[in-house]
Write a protein that binds this ligand. Structure first.
Ligand code: F0G
Length: 433
């Protein structure tokens, strides 16, 4: 089943195993294009449902269960998998009520092996690096991509190289990259500049770039959508709500949904809502202007994962919004941290950027865009322990310009029954909303 690389702008095609990220002629972004007609004829949807629960590689992975739609021709022994995916989809009626909808699920991608959705893309990308015979892989990162790259590179015996900003990277993520033995470099430049640098350096030194400009990353990430639909028994929700930074995930979602629709596995398209942080919302600004062009911003938000001002996947994210009749919204840091506190207080937990999903649903319901009777799936992109400083800062009310509206006080007590009893006898609401 031959797949190819195809430029999304001019349609020019390249062999699937080319080391390239953008079109040679027009610099457009590349898609991995599969022979959907052949897949439709050969693999009914049930093939993929039957693989659920498999103990055998590669189908025990929530990515490679859909191998024919990810990278059909890759030999199984080259696949680098922990395995990833198979994350939970939680029904959250109390959070739904807070946001103003009757039915909401949260898909927790923080339950992946390194604690973020990036593992789904990274298994695709590092596997392709092995197909291509590359010995070094690199990325610029706000922290999660680097943690994931470091782990997958280490696991498969490749050198992982990661570029970070020398500030504003959450401690859990930094620790992972160092622990997983990557060549980790802190640079006095923001994510957008570091992405430029990693592309230049990699070109010069023959290193494979594994940022989401790499189309094989997006093939892995789109399986979030496939898995959600399997978990919902292929009942399509009205909305899928996802945080947007470099816009790889939202781009992958649109591609995955189009493929499912073309295959006839779903009979309607859910609408995709991309939620950005107010201080890093170039897609939102462009959306308001009818997507005339992307105006890069100097990004700033407490959700450091999405502190991105010049998202490389902009054209693909626009395609997602157009093909799914989607919307773009933005939320303040205060809204993000309050929504996060509620998700955390539910025992599910997530990192700040992830909470854009819940904050975004509430805002879109408030604006009358999402109807209270519509069904919603929100994506939680990263684990609560990725950014412990944000958690403690919020609950201690020490974050600049953020109020701990749902703060859970951390008590101090001496070793005495009286002191403990005084604390335990106070009134307490369990769910702060
Ligand atoms: N949520 C989390 C937790 C992230 O780490 C990221 C991106 C996003 C959302 C946004 O996803 O870029 O596909 O729109 N983190 C990247 C990184 C940029 O380097 O880890 P996107």
């Amino acid at each position: 089943m031959a797949s190819i690389l195809q430029c999304m702008a001019c349609g020019r095609q390249y062999p699937i195993n080319s080391v390239m990220y953008v079109c040679d002629s027009c610099q457009g972004l590349l898609d991995v294009q599969h022979d959907l007609e052949a897949i439709r004829r050969t693999y009914p949807r049930e093939t993929f449902d039957k693989r659920l629960g498999s103990l055998d590689r590669p189908y025990n992975s929530g990515v490679w269960r859909f191998k024919e739609l990810v990278n059909p021709d890759v030999p199984d022994d080259l696949i680098v998998s922990f395995p990833e995916g198979n994350t939970n989809l939680y029904a959250v009626p109390r959070l739904a009520k807070w946001a103003g909808v009757d039915r909401m699920h949260l898909k927790h991608e923080g339950e992946n092996p390194t604690g973020s959705f990036k593992d789904r893309g990274m298994t695709g990308g590092v596997t392709q690096a092995r197909v291509l015979g590359m010995s070094r892989v690199a990325c610029a990162s706000t922290g999660n991509t680097s943690a994931s790259l470091a782990a997958y590179a280490a696991f498969s015996g490749l050198e992982g190289i990661v570029f970070f900003q020398n500030q504003h990277v959450a401690m859990g993520k930094l620790a992972q990259s160092v622990a997983y033995n990557a060549t980790a470099i802190r640079i006095d430049a923001d994510f957008d500049k570091n992405l430029e640098l990693v592309r230049q350096v990699s070109q010069e030194l023959g290193i494979y770039v594994l940022n989401s400009v790499n189309p094989f990353r997006l093939e892995g990430q789109k399986t979030i959508i496939f898995e959600i639909l399997q978990q919902l028994r292929w009942n399509v929700p009205d909305w899928i709500v996802v945080p947007g930074g470099n816009l790889g995930n939202s781009s992958a979602f649109g591609k995955g949904l189009s493929e499912l629709y073309q295959l006839g596995w779903i009979d309607k398209m859910p609408r995709v809502a991309i939620i950005q942080a107010e201080g890093a919302s170039p897609l939102y600004e462009a959306y308001l202007r009818g997507f005339d062009h992307l105006e890069p911003q100097k990004a700033d938000t407490i959700a450091t994962a999405i502190k991105i001002g010049n998202p490389v996947n902009y054209p693909k994210a626009v395609r997602t919004i157009r093909t799914t009749n989607g919307v773009v919204e933005r939320v303040t840091d205060q809204e993000i941290m309050d929504a996060k506190a509620l998700i955390d207080a539910h025992g599910i937990g997530c990192e700040p950027a992830s909470a854009c999903s819940l904050a975004g649903v509430k805002k879109l319901v408030g604006r009358g865009v999402i109807g209270s009777g519509e069904s919603v799936v929100g994506i939680l992109t990263g684990h609560v322990l990725k950014d412990p400083e944000a958690v403690i800062g919020y609950h201690a009310d020490t974050l600049p310009n953020i109020t701990g509206n749902y703060a859970n006080h951390l008590y101090e007590a001496g070793p005495s029954v009286e002191e403990l009893a005084r604390i335990l006898q106070r009134d307490r609401d369990l769910m702060p909303a």
